[in-house]
Design a binder for this molecule. Structure first.
Ligand code: ATP
Length: 272
């Protein structure tokens, strides 16, 4: 058994022979409201490499969703830069597909097949037959072939999230961005969806940034976890080699306790 390593935030990330797919460099993200300026994240840096299952973990309000939005190109940093494949992120693009928590992210007037085909036709401008073939392939991967002609309102929450995942993955983006995709599901379905996501990753080794505030979910999904401090979010530590912890021998429980202590220690957690 090999335990995951919790690296202090100040320590440089371990050297890798691969250039990072995504570089987030000293990014500060703010919202301007009529009366105040809200700093959501402050001076955050991290790299994501190809095939990483990179989890952003931190307490509610630390800016995880805001960071994901900025990687998606929906929000520009007030300081710092984001690069994907060496190009600066300035707007949304089909190289970054988002999956959200909400079940209403599908178009209710379109069937499962039509929902998955839609971005392939509109954003990738594929011919209809090609879009349909690709959509069918990914609907099959998320085990929804039997519901392919169903409308979203006839599907369970888990099935709707599978459609959203198929739609994102069928675009074959460089990075799939998942914002608490399983948070609104019941515990049993949530666990099942986590297993299915890992199975999909085994099949295709896609790159994903996954936002959660569940420590257990982070440990299950990730190979790397970035721990963010409470509002405004700053990088507190990075946990590497997470996929080497074992859920059988108790090392995952030890890591869960260590992460909990790190996230909620007053010394680190509430230092401004
Ligand atoms: N549209 C907005 N306008 C103003 N402030 C915002 C807006 N969206 C988020 N914020 C603020 O930015 C901070 C970070 O919010 P964000 O939703 O990114 O956090 P989070 O870590 O994803 O939280 P949660 O886990 O609860 O979803 C919070 O203080 C939030 O109130």
């Amino acid at each position: 058994m090999m335990e995951a390593t919790v690296a202090a935030a100040e320590r440089p990330a371990p050297a890798s022979d691969k250039a990072p797919l995504l570089s987030v460099d000293r990014v500060t993200l703010s919202y301007k409201t009529p009366n105040l300026l809200v700093t959501a994240t402050d001076d955050v840096s991290f790299n994501v490499r190809e095939s990483d299952r990179f989890v952003l973990l931190g307490p509610s309000g630390c800016g995880k969703s805001t960071l994901l939005k900025s990687v998606g190109g929906y929000m520009m940093p007030s300081a710092g830069t984001i690069h994907i494949n060496g190009r600066q992120v300035k707007r949304p693009g089909p190289d970054r597909m988002m999956v959200f928590q909400e079940f209403d992210q599908l178009m209710p007037w379109k069937t499962v097949l039509e929902n998955v085909m839609f971005p392939l036709l509109v954003a990738r401008k594929l011919p209809k037959a090609e879009a349909e073939a690709l959509a069918r392939q990914y609907i099959d991967k998320v085990k929804l072939t039997r519901a392919i002609d169903s409308y979203p309102h006839t599907l369970s929450g888990g099935m709707k999230q599978r459609v959203a995942i198929a739609r994102g993955m069928a675009m074959q983006p460089d990075i799939l961005l998942m914002d608490e995709p399983f948070a609104a599901l019941d515990a049993l379905t949530r666990r099942q969806m986590q297993d299915e996501l890992l199975q999909l990753w085994e099949d295709t080794k896609f790159t994903v940034i996954f936002v959660t505030h569940s420590i257990a979910e982070a440990i299950k999904i990730a190979n790397r976890i970035l721990l963010l401090s409470p509002h405004p979010g700053r990088v507190k530590a990075e946990v590497v080699d997470v996929d080497k912890v074992s859920h059988e021998d108790g090392s995952a429980a030890v890591l869960e306790r260590d992460i909990h202590n790190l996230l909620f220690s007053t010394e680190l957690g509430h230092k401004e």
